[in-house]
Design a protein around this ligand. Sequence first.
Ligand SMILES: *Cc1c(COP(=O)(O)O)cnc(C)c1O
Length: 403
Amino acid sequence: MLQNKDLLTIAKEFGTPLYVYDTYSIKKQYERLITAFKNVSKLKINYAAKALSNITILKFIKKLGSGLDTVSIQEVKLGLIAGFKAGEIIYTPNGVSFNEIAEVAKMGVQINIDNISILKEFGEKYKSIPVCIRINPHVDAGGNYKISVGHEDSKFGISINQIPILLTIISNTKIKINGIHMHTGSDVLDINDFLNASDILLKHAMYFKDLDFIDFGGGFKVPYKPGDIETNINELGNKLADRFNSFCKSYGKKIDFILEPGKFLVSDAGYFLTSVNVVKQTNSTIFVHLNSGFNHLIRPMYYDSYHHIENISNIGGKKKIYTVVGYICETDTFGKNREIEKISKGDVLVFKNAGAYCFTMASNYNSRPRPSEVLWHNNKSLLIREEEDFDDILNKQLDVELD
Ligand SMILES: *Cc1c(COP(=O)(O)O)cnc(C)c1O
């Protein structure tokens, strides 16, 4: 496992800012899921690519035996490049154009449709291609409002109350529904939320006679602070397996049980390394400015997420209280009043849990390049993405003559 002293060596070798991912952690999390859901007879795991979509990471996760959950045609293409077969990919877009859905369907990828008008159009044009439908079970789950997506007012999925309309469209178009799906949110801690939503999904699954799979989505919470709580994955696995197996009995067929974890597989595997530009004492606060900002890591500002911060240039040093901020010309607080080992200019600070929704949400705001990514694999560090440079900032811009 990756230690702070290894991270410091990697920071010296590749420079900062830098994302580092530990394959050991991804494998460990994958195996935890397999163990937790061992009582399910036909378990499939589809990694949610949007959490971290570097093709070398996708290749590693494919080698573990996973399939892929995608939300855009670009993610589908990345998956194919990484070696996933079209049949191992599910595509769960939200509100994308009909043309994109049709294009992905023609590639042989499993389509998951989340609104009635597209289902109708798809059924009329391509009734020979079976599709999955995303159901909105109307439950409040997830760590905060922005990432709770299975409630009544959410834009995601087809409402369970609209099942009668669904059934009419299915019988009119003769389209085959081979799977049903839900994804209720991210950071779902209470397994009862998950189980309640699953019960609703299973109850409504009985309406569909040609199911090959049921997809329960992702959203398991991971610990963000030392001593933090996480989804009790073993208890969830046992209870959900019981429910699913008895569903299969009454359904009369053993179908696939699919999970789509993103954060659970890659959050803990990621480290974001930054260096201290300035330590600034004001009247009330000691600010630490890093050589990064929400252009590289936006979760603390966008979701108020907590990322644990340590000073790996002063491991075991005496702690002081700091407010850690970025270099962006906008308020970009990474952490307020944090207890961190004494910080000096040039020190390397690490953000933990920087695997999921960190690099993939990075931007070029303030015309800054996005950082490199490094994979820590079998005790070796491998560069898996080069840092952008000024050419990348200028790329695609047109210098138009104005009169
Ligand atoms: C984002 C997403 C996931 C993964 O969510 P996590 O919270 O990262 O586990 C799974 N399924 C769908 C459809 C998603 O959009």
